[in-house]
Design a binder for this molecule. Sequence first.
Ligand SMILES: Cc1cc2nc3c(=O)[nH]c(=O)nc-3n(C[C@H](O)[C@H](O)[C@H](O)COP(=O)(O)OP(=O)(O)OC[C@H]3O[C@@H](n4cnc5c(N)ncnc54)[C@H](O)[C@@H]3O)c2cc1C
Length: 438
Amino acid sequence: MAPLPSSILIVGSGVFGLSTALALSTRPSFKNTRITLLDRSPFPSPDGSSIDTSRIIRADYSSAAYASLAASAQETWRQQGDSELGGQGRYSECGLVLVADKGKQGEKYVRESLENVKNISASQGVGLIQELKTRKEIDAAVGTGGGSGDWGYINTVSGWADAEEGMKWLRRKAEATGRISFVTGQAISLLKNGTKVLGATLKSGPPLLADITILATGAWTSSLVDLRGRATATGQVLCYLPLSASEQERLGKMPVLLNMSTGMFIIPPKNQILKVARHGYGYSNPTSIPNPSGNGEKIDVSIPRTTLDDPTLWVPREGEAACRQALREMIPELAERPFTKSKICWYTDTPDGDFLIDWHPGFEGLFLATGGSGHGYKFLPVIGERIVDVVEGREIGELRGKWRWREKKVENVVTEDGSRGGRPGMVLEEEWRKGSKL
Ligand SMILES: Cc1cc2nc3c(=O)[nH]c(=O)nc-3n(C[C@H](O)[C@H](O)[C@H](O)COP(=O)(O)OP(=O)(O)OC[C@H]3O[C@@H](n4cnc5c(N)ncnc54)[C@H](O)[C@@H]3O)c2cc1C
């Protein structure tokens, strides 16, 4: 990157964009750079992927590079002072029971993950990891009278974060630098002069101009740049149910339970609300839009549809049934308790589950910081620094190759990182036509 930019526009204030703004504002190289952070919603964005009741924080990855990055992020999550990231209930280290169904997809991921966390544990001297060889051992580790899968392990030093509170902590840190100009507005296109990107045009008001534009627009990125074959939006199901105070007290102590064969998971409840969800292939929402490249053609891309578009939105029947089945299996005492809320949350999926953090090869001044692929939140304390490393062309090891703009694109993006459950190829409208609400 040369010369130093006088202005940088970051579009999107989720975990990727906000952490990038913070990292830029504290790096000496950018001390004279004007930093603008744009989001279409006032913070916290009600339908952004980074905002929810909870997110799993784990170094339990089949890839050693992500495991190591997550372990370094966890060092910050573990800081428990009131003003620190993990304080005031923002992070709970309750343990993770990671399981699979033997012989099914997901087993390989869990076995490789076990090796990686054992290595981290040996080198850092933290944590107790115990293999769970039978369903009986899994049920005993979960402690709810239920369980899932038939093989796996418990890692006592994984846990979960209150996602919205973590983002609020990050926002306070970013505001405290006094270096970032926060703007609410929707970017409707990139402002270009030939192949040079000059900023973004907004739905209302004058365009925002910048030497560098960083797109951190999560699952909406395909509406601003052509990412066909490289990244796509997939909708994931979440269902919520209320608990009594005594259930909260008891289940609040359970570990996170995640089955990598089915994708189904439960995170311990907070504020008497329990969430059941699926880390799956998800639903696509094919939408015809003008090619953002501006060549006049129409293209079909998957774009999120959320409660901001339709406040009555409820997950398709297929998704609710999967959550119901998981609840019956994982916490039998709640088996038939009705869900009172559901949500479709959008992943920005890439073919291999690797993030997309790189300069766009076709447009000068355009940088992409996206492709979270359903596992980006935990990196909140470190991802902005790594993104700015890539902006600056610094060495970041193996992850640089993983996060590159892929020259060769696939026909249809289906994330095959070994961790996804459910059925590939589901289309949201088709599933809705089969009905919502059980
Ligand atoms: C259901 C679900 C469960 C998950 N579970 C986990 C987990 O357990 N652990 C984990 O580590 N990760 C998890 N993830 C993944 C993680 O949440 C995401 O990888 C991460 O939050 C992505 O952050 P982001 O900044 O890319 O996107 P977002 O948080 O979605 O931010 C994008 C922002 O861009 C804004 N925007 C979009 N378009 C425009 C525009 N045109 N103009 C202006 N602003 C715009 C949006 O308003 C939004 O605020 C999960 C994700 C989901 C959906």
